[in-house]
Design a protein around this ligand. Structure first.
Ligand SMILES: NC(=O)c1ccc[n+]([C@@H]2O[C@H](COP(=O)([O-])OP(=O)(O)OC[C@H]3O[C@@H](n4cnc5c(N)ncnc54)[C@H](O)[C@@H]3O)[C@@H](O)[C@H]2O)c1
Length: 309
């Protein structure tokens, strides 16, 4: 049966990859004010596009009518901009998220899948990051994400929704803007590689990140919409990769991600006993597929990322 889904921020990097995955066989509406996203990211997709801001609650109610699930990706996705203008970042991140939750509740959507960020953990040296760690946001951006998480989960308690919070680590892949500072290093490395130049690495390159491929993030969103038990989850590759690993990988023409030792993002939920049942199993698939590398294979990931415009 055809389902209807809404994607806020659907003209952006992650939202457009999600739209591409959902548009075939479902009814999809994208709400994006194009402040950072691009209409071209949705070229050729069969969906409804609403060029408006999530700061308009009436508009959201209209767009979400009939939706089973709302994927909330819209944000001012920049730590730097949140430092320069915390009020505008919070307007979109906090007030906008609240608008999305209220509109989803009002139209009877079962859940909102909220795009949060590993930034909520702050910079404590403890690795891997686990969901049961105390969040320590270090920027207005991260503080806004934590507020959005709180609202999402509070709506489960008071309105009986089944909202899911996904804390993305460093996402990379097709349609990522190399000029966005939040996009971090991967698109910059790929652009340098395609131009035959050496990538520029600040520092000694040994700083590590957990890079997760956008199609695994899309997969996690879809699993969360289908069966994810309400709550918050890390969406990470489970692999700790240094920037040098990445740069070396590109230059050798070896498209593997570097195999850094250890784990950066992990999930505490893996260690909790599940009571069994279909939903718990489906929920666990998020971990198996995304955390244990059984989603998109690494080599496929990099070939596809190298191939983007
Ligand atoms: N890219 C990452 O590595 C990463 C990591 C952690 C979390 N996230 C989160 O994932 C989500 C998607 O990130 P992205 O990398 O695709 O960023 P992006 O900037 O490409 O996409 C965000 C989209 O939101 C839209 N938008 C901004 N303000 C809006 C408003 N008021 N109304 C409607 N649309 C609005 C923008 O036009 C853009 O298309 C964001 O919430 C971001 O904070 C991303």
């Amino acid at each position: 049966m055809t389902k209807k889904y809404a994607i806020t921020g659907g003209a952006g990097f992650i939202g457009s990859n999600l739209a591409e995955a959902l548009a075939d066989g479902n009814e999809v509406v994208v709400v994006d004010d194009l402040s950072a996203g691009r209409r071209e990211n949705l070229a050729g997709l069969d969906l409804e596009f609403v060029e408006e801001s999530i700061l308009d609650p009436d508009l959201l109610r209209g767009a979400f009518e009939g939706c089973a699930c709302v994927f909330h990706e819209a944000a001012v996705a920049s730590v730097q901009r949140s430092v320069e203008d915390p009020i505008q970042t919070s307007r979109v991140g906090v007030e906008g998220t609240l608008n999305v939750l209220v509109a989803a509740r009002d139209v009877g959507a079962e859940k909102v899948v909220f795009a949060s960020s590993a930034a909520v953990y702050g910079d404590s040296p403890t690795l891997p990051k686990r969901e049961d760690m105390r969040p320590e946001p270090k920027s207005p951006y991260a503080a806004g994400k934590l507020a959005g998480e709180g609202f999402s989960l509070a709506f489960n308690e008071v309105y009986g929704m089944r909202n899911v919070v996904l804390r993305y680590f460093n996402v990379y892949g097709p349609r990522q803007d190399p000029n966005s500072e939040y996009a971090a290093v991967i698109p910059k490395f790929v652009s340098a590689y395609l131009a035959g130049k050496a990538p520029v690495i600040f520092g000694d390159g040994v700083q590590t990140r957990d890079f997760v491929y956008v199609r695994d993030v899309v997969r996690a969103n879809i699993l969360a919409s289908e069966a994810g038990v309400p709550g918050g989850y890390n969406i990470a590759s489970g692999t700790r990769t240094s920037l040098n690993d990445k740069a070396i990988g590109y230059h050798q023409g070896d498209h593997r991600l570097g195999d850094g030792a250890g784990v950066f993002g992990a999930t505490s939920r893996r260690y909790q006993g599940f009571s069994g049942g279909y939903k718990a199993c489906r929920e666990r698939r998020i971990f198996y597929e995304v955390h244990h590398g059984k989603g998109t294979s690494r080599s496929d990931s990099m070939v596809s990322a190298i191939g983007w415009e």
